[in-house]
Design a binder for this molecule. Structure first.
Ligand SMILES: *Cc1c(COP(=O)(O)O)cnc(C)c1O
Length: 397
């Protein structure tokens, strides 16, 4: 008889034979600048923990206190019995931090994109998306019944053209939703949100920004990309973000008008039908906002380290692509070279992973480094020295 599960092993082995399977690396201890990965002490250069908040004493203390007061779990989904006063406190603290009318916290950023996008635009609507948007946006768009169009990466002229064409072919769209990443995670470039907002306004479209890599990084005190461009929820009606990167914990969120939040929690099935955050998560997220509001040095250090590392790597002759943020790709083009560079860096005590096809185009392989506020100048010099030595050996520089 035919084995109905034989495809599992076959497809996995196909990936292995092409060296496209994920080899998981194991962290033995907290995510700190120096950490143990697969039994070896290395300098971490590829974590999204930009501000090192995941191991900040105030976050850890808040998580422990929340467990002692509220327990280990919430016991329910948010709309039934899983909304504690702690969840409400996080949302009001976040709205205040962001300077918006209201905020709503989801289990993850992925849950926001998968649950909200298909509700904002459906049958008779149009979604227009940047060609390099994150996979969670792509899945959210796939779950929608709306028509879709893609515009060239960060190309505002092309966006305007796509909107003009759409209107010519169908003047009947009820709603148009434009979606862009704020900071693009593979290249570290920033979407021209001010110019996108202008085009959106001209076409009466809603604008949705996914600021997963801008939270805690860009804007006044790490308030994100909308703050960075001095825009507001009038220009960018849906400002989506995550607590899983610079905030050091886990959780997705949206920020905007009270109308947006009232609509979103009544409609997003990922929010309605999935258990709410455990108290420890909520307590730690509130503490992360406290830290951002009272300890401005973390965002400052992150940017100082970013500028230092970029300058040194540029001076050595490395190509850092179009990075404008603490995400700094070291472009090497060939996949085999990227993998070799990463392996030798690990041997030298630097942990930075290769990004190769299919995550990026075939000839755009790179090592993606991500800066961290807690790295010292000595740490950065250590990493730069390793890149220089190995880069020369591999004839990259
Ligand atoms: C990481 C990421 C997400 C997902 O956020 P989680 O809260 O980790 O689920 C969504 N969008 C972008 C652009 C991301 O980089």
């Amino acid at each position: 008889m035919r084995d109905p599960t034989s495809f599992l092993r076959k497809e996995y082995l196909d990936l292995v034979s092409q060296d496209l399977d994920w080899k998981l690396h194991v962290l033995q201890g907290p995510s700190t600048p120096w950490c143990i990965v697969d039994g070896k002490k290395v300098l971490m250069l590829c974590s999204n923990n930009y501000l090192s908040l995941s191991n900040h004493p105030r976050l850890k203390k808040a998580a422990i206190e929340a467990i002692e007061t509220y327990g280990a779990g919430s016991g329910s989904v948010r709309p039934i019995a899983g909304t504690m006063d702690l969840h409400k406190e996080l949302e009001s603290r976040l709205a205040k931090f962001k300077g918006v009318e209201a905020s709503l916290v989801y289990q993850t950023g992925f849950a926001v994109n998968a649950g909200l996008i298909p509700q904002l635009a459906g049958n008779g609507d149009l979604i227009v998306s940047d060609e390099l948007n994150h996979g969670s946006i792509i899945d959210g768009v796939r779950l929608s019944y709306a028509d879709r169009a893609v515009y060239k990466h960060s190309d505002v002229m092309d966006l305007a053209k796509v909107l003009d064409d759409a209107e010519r072919h169908s003047a009947e769209y009820r709603r148009i939703l434009i979606i862009t990443d704020g900071v693009f995670s593979m290249d570290g470039d920033v979407a021209p949100l001010d110019r996108i907002a202008k085009v959106a306004r001209e076409h009466g479209a809603m604008l949705y920004v996914d600021d997963a890599h801008g939270e805690g990084v860009l804007g006044e005190g790490g308030r994100g990309i909308v703050s960075h461009f001095h825009l507001s929820s009038k220009d960018v009606q849906v400002e989506m973000g995550t607590f899983s990167k610079a905030f050091g914990v886990v959780g997705g969120h949206i920020n905007g008008s009270k109308d947006l939040v009232d609509f979103a929690y009544n409609r997003s099935r990922t929010w309605l039908l999935s258990g709410s955050h455990p108290p420890a998560v909520v307590g730690a997220c509130i503490a992360a906002i406290d830290v951002l509001e009272t300890e401005p040095q973390h965002v400052r250090n992150l940017w100082a380290n970013t500028l230092y590392f970029k300058k040194a790597m540029g001076d050595l002759g490395f190509d850092i692509g179009r990075s404008e943020t603490p995400i700094i790709p070291i472009m090497v083009r060939r996949s085999d070279v990227a993998k070799e560079l990463s392996a030798r860096l690990y041997e030298a005590g630097v942990f930075a992973l290769p990004i190769v096809f299919p995550m990026v185009a075939k000839d755009m392989a790179r090592i993606r480094t991500i800066m961290n506020a807690a790295l010292t100048t000595a740490d950065l010099d250590f990493a730069i020295g390793a890149f220089e030595r190995i880069g020369k050996k591999l004839a990259i520089i």
